[in-house]
Design a binder for this molecule. Structure first.
Ligand SMILES: [Zn+2]
Length: 411
């Protein structure tokens, strides 16, 4: 699929620091004092504002976008992590159909852009609507202008090996036919504890054959560790490694129950760990205390709204409480551009004089996110999307209501 980046060029600034940036097609470059902006470029007023790079959410679930719209509390209330999955998220994902998923994606992505988040690294599951599900997410990304890396998280937890094969087939289909400059594909597994060795091997083969990274939950809870040990492995990380299911660049979500040496091993393998502080706190699974042993750790929201500033603030409070070195925490908050660069094959972040970047930028002032550019498209202008957020919310509410009813009727 080809994506039209905006052929219009823009000149942003000078901002309050005197910075000027030119956006031409999908690229951004810094404009020095002696350089003239390109003829015909649209001027974007950045007085009293700062030109910054777009935020990156390194692990999330767009499919949970309707959850904030009054999802009923699970009954009986869950008392551990696996029960939270069984009674909340694994019911929500089973009840998703195409319309609910589209509404969820529209709401989640619209709000993400308004927060200045320009890239989502997503992990998707919708067991009753697997084939074609990644196209729905990609279509909304293209429509609204969100950069994304998408995968289907294959699992056997509902339908055994057939379900896992269908999940991997969806990854394969999307790798072959769904990618664009804006949206890239990965191979996904839900987690070690919901797949057999057969599925692990199939996923590893798919990574090798397509040269794609894996995106998988690892050691989010002790249950994942106990499961891998019961299968004869030291833990889920070692199980994935032994099955060659973690090629360099892969994304390990959580890594909460990994020790210092295991975290170093992930780093040395060239893989990423993504910490999700609000989610970990909400699920009461604890705090990942060994992550300072890797440079390749980024921040995700795990389905919480893609407000990366809020996630970072939450992390700072948690890190202080658990005595993590703040230098490692601040580096982690800023690490995601390197991850995005690996996935999208181009420099991400603010451009410098001699180094252009992907034109994923935000202009921020005292009121909030004034402008957002993604791949050179002006997707948020004067704090607003070109589409009505109210209309998106109305559609999402109707879909959410029907979704709660389907969830309640599931066995
Ligand atoms: Zn997750």
């Amino acid at each position: 699929m080809t994506v039209q980046s905006n052929t219009q060029s823009f000149v942003l600034g000078p901002d309050k620091h005197g910075t000027r940036v030119v956006v031409e097609g999908p690229r951004a470059r810094l404009l020095t004092d002696s350089q003239r902006p390109p003829a015909g470029a649209t001027a974007i007023d950045c007085r009293d504002a700062a030109i910054l790079s777009g935020k990156i959410n390194a692990h999330t679930h767009i499919y949970s976008g309707l959850a904030p719209l009054g999802m009923p509390a699970p009954q009986p209330p869950p008392t551990n992590f696996v029960q939270i999955l069984e009674r909340v998220w694994w019911r929500l994902d089973r009840a998703l159909n195409e319309d609910a998923l589209r509404a969820s994606a529209q709401l989640y992505i619209a709000q993400a852009l308004l927060h200045g988040t320009t890239t989502l690294i997503d992990h998707h599951e919708s067991p009753a609507f697997i084939a074609g599900s990644l196209d729905v997410l990609a279509e909304v990304c293209h429509e609204y202008g969100m950069r994304a890396c998408l995968c289907y998280g294959a699992t056997e937890r509902n339908g055994g090996l057939d379900e896992a094969r269908a999940g991997l087939a969806e990854c394969r289909r999307f790798i072959d036919h769904g990618e664009s400059e804006l949206v890239r594909a990965a191979v996904g597994l839900h987690a070690s504890f919901t797949v057999s060795d057969t599925t692990l091997d199939l996923a590893a083969e798919l990574c090798a054959e397509t040269q794609k990274i894996m995106h998988v939950h690892v050691a989010e809870d002790g249950a994942d560790v106990r499961d891998a040990q019961a299968r004869g492995y030291p833990g889920p990380l070692e199980r994935l490694v032994q099955h060659k299911a973690l090629p360099p660049g892969s994304i390990v979500a959580h890594g909460l129950f990994l020790g210092p040496q295991q975290v170093r091993n992930v780093d040395e393998a060239g893989c990423w760990i993504v910490q999700n502080p609000r989610s970990n706190h909400g699920n009461e699974v604890g705090y990942p205390q060994a992550l300072a042993h890797s440079q390749r750790v980024a921040l995700g929201t795990d389905g919480y709204p893609a407000n990366m500033g809020e996630e970072a603030d939450f992390l700072r409070v948690q890190a202080k409480k658990y005595g993590e070195p703040m230098s490692a925490v601040e580096a982690r908050i800023e690490a995601a551009p390197m991850l995005a660069q690996e996935i999208f094959g181009a420099r991400v972040g603010l451009p410098t004089v001699d180094r252009p970047t992907l034109a994923d930028l935000r202009v921020v002032d005292h009121k909030g996110v004034r402008h957002v550019f993604v791949h050179g498209r002006h997707v948020v202008s004067n704090y607003e999307l070109p589409v009505s957020l109210e209309a998106i919310r109305t559609r999402a509410s109707a879909q959410a209501h029907a979704l709660w009813q389907r969830m309640a009727s599931l066995k």
